[in-house]
Design a protein around this ligand. Structure first.
Ligand SMILES: NC(=O)c1ccc[n+]([C@@H]2O[C@H](COP(=O)([O-])OP(=O)(O)OC[C@H]3O[C@@H](n4cnc5c(N)ncnc54)[C@H](OP(=O)(O)O)[C@@H]3O)[C@@H](O)[C@H]2O)c1
Length: 256
């Protein structure tokens, strides 16, 4: 039986970096990489000296889950890593969000993550690792990033129970909660031109550092990974400061 890693959101940013670091740590027989941009995935696949299988899917389309499930059923692999990194956000005031943005954020960040995880679970066993990419935004509500923060709160909550449920099977489950990460496509894709957004991204983290810390946390079966000082501080603040007060403070901070 072959061993594989499944990585969503692998055409850029954190997902692509997970491919690189999982290869460095001793690649499974194959890495299945999922995102919409087929050429990007093929480019990435050809840049590694190991078997990488590009699977071009739009994970907001429910038919994509059947494609993945059918491929898994046909090949019956053992999954050693599942990384759900596909995600999107839209910075701006809630009243300015389009219906399309609302649907896509919920479908990708919440439904797709849960459906991909569900599809992969039958192929995992003791020692397998699941990394659900959440965010510090999942710890508290965020002004001008409301729906995104709410979607990441879903990921944090979902992962906590999954971690508990799979403990007895020896499957490691970790919610990865970075602060802003600058060297990915996330911030430019999420930003808009209006006055309702964030102006600066101070203390932004580096993609490679976040992924290294996330994989270490998964090895240790930590339920929540805050990869660095700033996200760890954010988690403490979200636990200790009343959220009404935090929202006000963050609203001032984002305009500076
Ligand atoms: N960067 C940050 O500041 C930050 C901070 C905290 C958490 N995160 C989280 O980290 C994760 C990775 O983000 P990133 O920073 O690496 O951003 P990124 O570079 O924009 O990567 C997002 C990935 O998701 C894929 N994707 C987007 N829509 C998709 C769809 N409908 N179907 C399938 N794949 C789709 C994109 O590929 P295609 O466009 O080719 O489909 C891309 O590979 C996200 O969940 C994000 O919420 C990011």
């Amino acid at each position: 039986m072959k061993t594989i890693a499944v990585i969503t959101g692998a055409s850029s940013g954190l997902g692509k970096e997970f491919v690189r670091q999982i290869v460095l740590r001793g690649a499974p027989n194959e890495i299945w990489i999922i995102a919409r941009r087929k050429e990007r995935l093929e480019e990435i696949a050809s840049s590694f000296p190991c078997a990488i299988v590009p699977i071009a899917l739009d994970l907001t389309d429910p038919a994509s889950y059947d494609v993945l499930a059918e491929k898994l059923a046909a090949e019956n692999p053992h999954i050693s890593y599942l990384v759900c990194a596909a995600g999107m956000g839209r910075i701006g005031l809630t009243e300015d969000m389009t219906a399309d943005d609302i649907d896509r954020i919920i479908e990708l960040n919440c439904r797709a993550l849960a459906r991909v995880t569900q599809a992969c679970l039958p192929y995992m066993s003791a020692g397998s690792r699941i990394l659900e990419i959440a965010s510090v935004a999942g710890f508290q509500p965020l002004p001008a990033f409301n729906l995104y923060a709410a979607s990441k709160a879903f990921v944090v909550s979902y992962t906590k129970t999954l971690h508990y449920e799979l403990r007895k099977k020896g499957i490691h489950v970790t919610a990865v909660c970075p602060y802003w990460v600058k060297d990915t496509e996330f911030i430019p894709t999420a930003s808009n031109e209006t006055d309702g957004g964030y102006r600066h991204f101070p203390f932004a983290q580096k993609c490679a550092d976040v992924v290294r810390r996330a994989l270490d946390a998964a090895d240790q079966n930590r339920c929540i990974c805050t990869p660095g000082f700033v996200p760890s501080l954010d988690r403490v603040m979200a636990k200790t400061i009343p959220h009404g007060l935090l929202i006000r403070g963050l609203d001032v901070f984002r305009r500076l």
